[in-house]
Design a binder for this molecule. Structure first.
Ligand code: DI6
Ligand code: FE
Length: 405
């Protein structure tokens, strides 16, 4: 941790600040970044650095590129087991939806998660989190939703919180009790929502385990009216909401999310222009998840042009989960966003910095400007587009978390 009064000046670097403005990537050549007590206090061309920036510690970054620390704003990284067998089944022709309806899918990960101890869930998740940390990720969102009973949902969220204690990374949680109906409530979705999901949300909130409330609004999951009841409960607790919407079909999830002022609507492959406009009006961020699109070999891409046309901010994330997106690399996600969806390298980088922060409601991360947390990634590259362009290569030099390298 950073001691009081710690003051560091980073020089000999190119800063991709991702700040808004005319300059692509908010790029500043030959920049300096001053950090005090874990926060950025000045960023600009080195020659303009005020004398007050003269710090106790100087760090020469040898011409490297510095970006904000990356943010993976949508993951299910705490879970038991794996679903490699379903991967084999899909390759033989079974669909994700058919596997789910036959009792596989999310419900099979629920079995594995219920039977896993907190220690096991934590050690498995840390192995995956370490891969993200090695790619310059400094903040991650983690959802519950593989417990679907009070005990296991709380265990998942406690494990998510424990990750931030065990590693230098920030964790935001999302309660995803409305992910699927567990076997013991088969054909009683409404009972599950009212008697398990909502009371569990209240219990998790009382324990300080919930930063936001999520749901899966889909033909194979929950209907808008059921999600609305969960969102009403969230609203009563003063918690922000977000939604898995329009992933496999369009049943109006994004519009519902927008009605509740959602932070984000995620997946949105089947989103239409009315939904895009509702998101725009509500200030809801679109979270693009190319790992799930790729894994499920979907063909309908999210409406990137409509999101651009209406100025809806786009974030991008791994959706790390054992079923639809066993993607462990956010950098590969950047490449997929460009290649599969035609998102530009600048948009993808903004999607894992500024707009990912927006999707999590974070006002102190995602851009390198004074006042932000000093969470940064230092790369052995000269142009930020390289982060999207390479496949299976990690150019991270080092990571700075709360001002500490
Ligand atoms: N959409 C997803 O991509 C994850 N959950 C969801 O609602 C996948 C869940 C899984 O298949 O385990
Ligand atoms: Fe997801």
């Amino acid at each position: 941790m950073n001691g009081a009064g710690t003051h560091t000046l980073f020089t000999n670097l190119t800063a991709a600040t991702m700040a808004d403005g005319a300059v692509p990537y908010g790029l500043i050549e030959d920049a300096a970044i001053a950090v005090k007590d874990g926060y950025v206090c000045w960023v600009g061309p080195r020659c303009d650095a005020p004398a007050s920036c003269d710090a106790a510690t100087h760090v020469d970054l040898a011409g490297r590129l510095v970006t904000p620390g990356l943010i993976d704003c949508h993951t299910h990284i705490v879970h038991g087991g794996d679903r490699a067998v379903e991967f084999e089944m899909r390759l033989k022709g079974a669909s994700y939806e058919n596997i789910a309806r036959a009792g596989g899918g999310i419900v099979s990960t629920v079995k594995a998660t219920r039977s896993a101890s907190a220690e096991r869930l934590l050690s498995d998740a840390l192995r995956r989190v370490d891969v993200l940390i090695a790619e310059g990720v400094t903040c991650i969102e983690i959802k519950s939703g593989y417990g679907l009973d009070t005990e296991t949902e709380l265990r998942m969220l406690r494990v998510a919180r424990a990750i931030a204690v065990n590693r230098p990374i920030r964790v935001k949680t999302a309660f995803l009790g409305a992910h699927a109906t567990p076997a013991e409530y088969a054909d009683r979705d409404d009972d599950y929502i009212d008697n398990v999901c909502i009371p569990t949300l209240r219990a998790a909130h009382a324990e300080g385990l919930v930063d936001a409330v999520d749901g899966f609004c889909e033909g194979i999951a929950f209907q808008p009216a059921q999600i609305a009841r969960v969102f009403d409960a969230a609203r009563a607790l003063n918690l922000p909401v977000k939604l898995h919407a329009e992933q496999l079909s369009n049943i109006g999830g994004a519009k519902l999310a927008a009605q509740y002022g959602a932070l984000s609507a995620d997946h949105i492959e089947h989103l239409d222009e009315t939904g895009v406009m509702a998101m725009k009006n509500a200030g809801t961020t679109a979270v693009i998840l190319p790992g799930a699109f790729y894994t499920l070999r979907e063909t309908q891409a999210p409406p990137i042009d409509l999101l651009r046309k209406h100025g809806v901010p786009m974030a991008l994330a791994t959706d790390n989960n054992p079923g639809s997106s066993p993607l462990h690399s956010l950098l590969l996600g950047l490449n997929m966003g460009c290649t599969l969806f035609g998102i530009t390298p600048e948009e993808t980088l903004r999607g894992v910095t500024q707009n990912a922060a927006r999707a999590l409601g974070l006002a102190d991360a995602g851009v390198l400007v004074a006042g932000m947390r000093a969470d940064m990634a230092v790369w052995d590259i000269t142009h930020p587009a390289e982060l999207s362009y390479r496949i299976g290569f990690n150019p991270l030099h080092s990571r700075i978390f709360g001002g500490t390298p």
